[in-house]
Design a protein around this ligand. Structure first.
Ligand SMILES: [Zn+2]
Length: 131
């Protein structure tokens, strides 16, 4: 069974970030359709699922790669912001995040060291903060 599936999937594009995003948006549409705009959101969800499977099963790998690259480039600032927020949440107990008053550079300082003088690694501006 597994061999048959692998043979059938050979030469096909497979799942990527854009397909996963399509699936997530479709699922959100389905959940929202329970509360508002039932028909419109269900049609959108179905279209998203069809698009997702079309991309996964497509044999035009070059075109799918280009679409995925465009998607990644377009959403990069948002994804980076989310990753930064998640990292900050993980280190919140052990570190402070300060911004340089001169250039805005984010600086991560370990907690519990008292008042310390911080030197910005980018512009070398010095400022004092509680750690
Ligand atoms: Zn600076």
């Amino acid at each position: 069974m597994r061999e048959k599936l692998e043979k059938w999937m050979a030469g096909r594009y497979g799942a990527d970030e854009l397909s996963k995003a399509c699936m997530v948006v479709s699922l959100i549409c389905i959940i929202l359709s329970w509360f508002v705009l039932r028909d419109v959101l269900m049609v959108l969800a179905a279209a998203g699922i069809v698009l997702c499977y079309y991309r996964i099963l497509s044999r035009n790998i070059t075109a799918r790669r280009k679409e995925n690259l465009r998607y990644l480039k377009l959403t990069n600032p948002v994804r980076q912001w989310i990753l930064r927020q998640m990292r900050d949440m993980r280190t919140r107990r052990t570190h402070h995040i300060y911004r340089c008053p001169e250039c805005g550079q984010r600086i991560r300082i370990p907690r519990g060291k008292g008042r310390i003088c911080i030197t910005c690694p980018r512009c070398k501006k010095e400022f004092t903060k509680r750690s």
